[in-house]
Design a protein around this ligand. Sequence first.
Ligand code: ADP
Length: 491
Amino acid sequence: MKPSKGWRLLGSIKWRVFTACAVLVAVVLGVLWVFQTGLLNTFYRSIKVKQLQSCMQQIIKNIDDPELDSLLEEISAEKQLCIVITDETGFVLHSQKEMRDCLIHRMDALTYVSAYYLTLKNGGAYFEQTQQLWENDKAETAAEPAQTGDGTKLLLYMAVTAQADGSPRFILLNTKMFPVTAAVETLQVQLTWITAIMLVLAFLMALLLSYMVSKPIRRINESAKQLAAGNYQVTFSEGGYREVQELAQTLNYAARELSKVDGLQRELVANVSHDLRTPLTMIVGYAEVIRDLPNENTPENIQVIIDEATRLSDLVSDVLDLSKLQSGAETLQVEVFNLTESIRSLLKRYGKMTDYSITFQAETDAWVKGDPLKMTQVVCNLVNNAINYTGPDKRVALRQTTAANRVRVEITDTGAGIEPSKLNDIWERYYKVDKTHKRAQVGTGLGLSIVKSILDLHPGTTYGVMSELGKGSCFWFEMERQDPPLPEGKE
Ligand code: ADP
């Protein structure tokens, strides 16, 4: 079932990026709202309290300093607070007045004394008092700072300390806390605007980002559709960010490979159908002649039919072998086996079948690791070629040499040789050097590509051909030598 348009939009990269941006904006703004409006008063107050505490610490530290007055003046001006220091009888020793509606400069000696004892009772420091305290003496219940007419609150901090000579000193600090309501209202309006602007920006950002992210993907998608439709020449544009570049490179590689496979398939179909048709035409032709003309029912004519049928059968099995090898469907049955022995037993079969002189020289038996059947096929194909292309002396020579840990097998004929420029091409499928050559009709043109495919599947194996025009060719391959396996029961 195809997803509806709405669902497709929701699943699009544009929508997802926008949602992500919107969530980010919402979280950031939410945190800002809480901190800027809800907690502003709490923050302001705690900053003020900390300020008072640190001033108090500074004064207590310098209580014996002869320059105390100038220090108090400095603190009071800088921090905008009033300072009074008295003795235990309420006698004012130092005083700094910075604010108009100050609380501590309105107190009389008696109030100082009662505040002094209240502070002592509280453990030496007392914080935040309302005006009622001084009227009703209800210190413990009073929690809110005193308020002036315009809503400004007064903070009071008192502490008792002793001078070096032991005489007690009562320090009172008083500062103002301005109302934050106006600031909060301003911030709320600002934040509303910021929220709206940020949402618009998030939307624009989502559009831009999704455009940047999705444009190269859309381009690749277009090309992929063409590839799916069978246009293997299509190229995937590699512009954009790294991931897209890598994707485009992979797809370009895939397209090239598909195009190669497609070309090979066409070539294979064309070649195979051509190669199948020729012997079939011969078979049908000869069979018709034998049917229609009783005199033509000769062993020679029947031999032509048998030869052509054999050629067909060879061709079909070669094509199958090669396609299995090249598609990777064929897995090797690897074992350590006696290569020399397998060549010997192969040549025994030739001895019975041909009137060619096939010789084999081997100093010693060599063991190799590989698929014995496939390696025999390699030697068999090379020997077949040598027989097919050797000179009139009908001689084919096989030689096995060993050096260090390698074994080399050479198959030499005395034929016309191969032109140096063609030495690379002969390993290709269906390649025949001389298409008019009588012998060329014998082969399928697949023998050497089967050899190449099999040898390529054996790691560490090298192969090649040396050829001299008019003198003959020498096909060779080299493999790593292995130790012969121990006879069973002797491990
Ligand atoms: P074919 O079935 O035609 O022999 P191959 O793949 O075995 O196919 O060989 C490809 C071509 O290489 C042959 O058609 C032939 O032209 C050339 N060739 C192979 N072996 C020899 C050789 N021993 N001497 C000369 N030419 C050879």
